[in-house]
Design a protein. Structure first.
Length: 305
């Protein structure tokens, strides 16, 4: 199945965790086990080198090794049980760095790059669009609206409208944690008339509402509804099988145009759980880390791997 069609089908995409030894070194054995876990749990793709894999891997020369480990592990595991699966690489930094990372991801065989613009805080919309075009000339681009609390920047309707005109854009992760800004992205993509660009929620605090909402939009002058197709989420790095079951439930409810109260209740519970994962009570995201580094820390043990 082609990449665009696969993403549009609506996937669970976990932001791949970063496994460390007790000495805080890359634990290759458990890192491979995590990749296998995501595949066996039913994820349709993984995103590597993004917040849950820790942006700081770049400072320690681990960007290429971690990406290589993930794609080798996914290919090896899928060889005995082939199905459509996508590998998505996180891409950050100024244009020079982003182009370099896009080249690494492409050469390793990644399908798309999740492009963060947090490092370009003072760039104009035109400069941002030119930056995105350069990266898209190397690898299909998965846009990323990162919340300002963790190093993102405001990206308005005009930017997303221009971004959606870039031919090699395949999807957008909408994660501003802001309803108005979420609407800006959905409306901008719809206004281009492009139905091939997939929309993914990254709003960990509003997952179910994002997925069940039929957003009213206009496309080529015609009123219509647009759904967010799936999720690319840090929260889905754990409980991944349950996330797959949740998305299946959502798709069934959307097809029937009947959203039951139990589904909304589960959404509220997920928001509450997310507060624990990201330590919202202690405002762990109050000060923006460099380059949009995430603040989630998962302490888990992988048994039998």
């Amino acid at each position: 199945m082609p990449l665009y069609q696969h993403l549009k089908s609506g996937l669970v995409i976990p932001a791949h965790l970063f496994a460390l030894t007790a000495e805080r070194k890359l634990d290759e054995r458990r890192q491979r086990a995590l990749t296998r876990y995501y595949i066996d749990a039913g994820a349709g793709a993984i995103a590597v080198g993004v917040h849950s894999t820790q942006f700081t891997i770049r400072q320690h020369g681990l960007y290429r090794p971690v990406l290589e480990l993930a794609i080798e592990s996914s290919r090896a595991w899928l060889a005995s049980k082939p199905r459509t699966f996508a590998n998505i690489a996180g891409i950050v930094g100024d244009t020079t760095q982003a182009v370099m990372e896009a080249g690494i991801a492409r050469d390793l065989g990644y399908d798309a790059g999740l492009l963060s613009l947090g490092a370009l805080g003072t760039a104009t919309d035109d400069e941002l669009t030119a930056h995105c075009r350069e990266v898209a000339s190397i690898i299909p681009v998965f846009g990323f609206y990162l919340q300002t609390a963790v190093g993102g920047r405001f990206l308005g309707y005009d930017f997303w409208r221009a971004f959606a005109e870039i031919e090699n854009v395949c999807a957008v992760k909408i994660a501003p944690f802001n309803r108005y800004q979420t609407l800006d992205v959905v409306r901008a993509i719809a206004d281009t008339g492009r139905d091939d660009i997939a929309l993914y929620t990254g709003n960990d605090d509003n997952i179910v509402n994002d997925l069940v909402t039929p957003f009213p939009v206009k496309a080529r002058g015609q009123k219509r509804e647009r759904y967010i197709d799936g999720g690319l989420l840090g929260q889905w790095a754990v409980w991944t099988r349950r996330a797959v079951e949740l998305l299946e439930h959502v798709k069934s409810a959307r097809a029937l145009k009947s959203i039951d109260v139990a589904l909304l209740r589960e959404g509220s519970a997920l928001t509450d759980a997310n507060a624990a994962i990201f330590d919202a009570a202690n405002q762990c995201c109050a000060a923006p880390p460099p380059q949009g580094a995430g603040c989630a820390v998962f302490k888990i043990k992988l048994k039998g791997c």
